[in-house]
Design a protein around this ligand. Structure first.
Ligand SMILES: Cc1cc2nc3c(=O)[nH]c(=O)nc-3n(C[C@H](O)[C@H](O)[C@H](O)COP(=O)(O)OP(=O)(O)OC[C@H]3O[C@@H](n4cnc5c(N)ncnc54)[C@H](O)[C@@H]3O)c2cc1C
Length: 391
């Protein structure tokens, strides 16, 4: 089999790239290790920056998003019995964010790609990537247990944190930066209308809590837990009791409903650089991970792919390698901005068991500053909606 771009992974990054290349008339084949239902069912992110909404519109995959997405104009910061609403549009020249589940984005993109007859193979795990330092890379994958080879001009490694692409870059070229945070998030999806208009980020000595939502009828809530926490120790009543405690505010009540799904996610900051080598280009979680506190993971994946699609267009349609050569640096600038913001939000809002009284008092002072200072709120708002550079 032969194509111009071999895309590995049918997460948001791989699917969007497949669509953007198709729209530019560039042939691509997408290989995905899991089946379609698995990809469409994975509960993950849900907060979209304006630039993510824009690129999905550009890709013609935003009809349902435009109908069902919930536009949010800010967040609530809750701590020490206070609730401060941080408004975004007034501090960012009118920008907002949109709540729409990653699962829905994946469903929309798969449906569109299938309808357009894309060469997209599920249950097709990639086992090896060869020849990326030459002009004719090859991707080895399995189909019905039989090895096949995909010949291509470029390889897009969109295969997430546990994929094979990153490992194809020589170890002496790749630099890894990593922090594993000393807590995890227990996330639930509950069939109950959200008890809030905008997301609530709550700091509490018992730990962080987040009240988010997926739709007008489905709430998504998170609790900071120990990294080795076991779901078996968290029956429904304990989860709701802890959420009530950490989100408490006089006069406000948390509505509860049946818990449909629950999971525990470790918190990690991770960057692999450079994000390209020869003819291999990493995008999304294959190259970087952020703790979800800043709601950046999905948005970074989409931003990488936007840059990569343009670089492919320059390469195939205008014969220039400039975009491909600049890909890694262009992405890493945004990635490190988001890494720093996510790290800052995480350390600000989580309770650390090993923090001494001095560190706790500094954390409380920083929270109070954020709730009182327009400059501090503007900084949070600018980064939350997605920082953009003047050039
Ligand atoms: C449990 C969880 C919760 C999260 N919550 C949030 C959140 O609240 N907010 C937020 O912003 N971000 C969140 N994230 C991060 C966000 O979901 C990711 O940043 C986003 O999924 C990145 O998209 P991606 O396409 O790069 O990778 P992925 O979505 O991971 O997709 C990679 C795809 O590659 C496939 N693949 C892997 N190996 C191979 C192979 N060898 N061959 C072929 N295919 C392969 C995988 O099966 C997968 O389908 C969460 C992540 C996780 C894991």
């Amino acid at each position: 089999m032969r194509t111009r771009v071999a895309i590995i992974g049918a997460g948001p990054a791989g699917l969007l790239l497949s669509q953007l290349l198709h729209d530019r008339g560039i042939d691509a084949v997408l290989l995905e290790a899991r089946d379609r239902a698995y990809c469409e069912g994975r509960q993950r992110a849900g907060m979209l920056e304006q630039a993510t909404v824009d690129v999905l519109r550009e890709a013609g995959a935003a009809n349902r998003l435009d109908r069902e997405g919930l536009v949010h104009h800010g967040i609530h910061l809750r701590f020490a019995g206070r609730d401060r609403h941080i408004d975004f549009p007034s501090r960012t020249g009118g920008r907002s964010v949109t709540v729409y589940g990653q699962t829905e984005i994946v469903k929309d993109l798969i449906a569109k790609r299938v309808a357009e007859g894309a060469r997209m193979y599920f249950d097709a795990p990639v086992t090896a990537i060869e020849g990326i330092d030459g002009d004719a890379p090859r991707v080895r994958f399995l189909r019905d247990g039989v090895e096949e080879v995909l010949e291509c001009d470029l390889v897009a490694g969109c295969d997430g944190f546990h994929g094979v692409s990153r490992g194809a870059i020589p170890a002496d070229v790749l630099k890894i930066h990593e922090r594993v945070h000393p807590f995890a998030w227990l996330g639930i999806l509950a069939d109950v209308a959200p008890s809030t208009d905008d997301l609530i980020y709550a700091y509490n000595e018992r730990g962080f809590a987040l009240h988010s939502m997926r739709s007008r009828a489905v709430s998504r809530l998170y609790l900071q837990v120990d990294p080795d926490a076991d779901l078996a120790d968290w029956p429904d009543e304990r989860i709701w009791a802890e959420l009530r405690e950490r989100l408490a505010l006089p006069g406000w009540t948390l509505d509860e409903g049946p818990i449909r799904e629950r999971s525990i996610t470790p918190m990690r900051s991770f960057v692999a650089e450079p994000m390209s080598f020869g003819r291999l280009f990493l995008a999304g979680d294959a190259a970087h991970i952020v703790p979800p506190t800043g709601a950046k993971g999905l948005n970074l994946a989409m931003a990488d792919v936007r840059v990569l699609a343009r670089a492919c267009e320059e390469f195939f349609l205008a014969g220039s390698r400039a975009g491909l050569d600049g890909y890694s640096d262009a992405c890493l600038r945004r990635v490190w901005r988001a890494e720093q913001f996510s790290y800052w939000m995480t350390t600000l809002l989580h309770a650390r068991g090993d923090a001494d009284a001095f560190e706790r008092r500094c954390q409380e002072a920083q929270l109070a500053y954020l709730a009182d200072s327009d400059a501090a709120m503007a900084t949070l708002a600018e980064n939350y909606v997605g920082y953009t550079w003047a050039d």
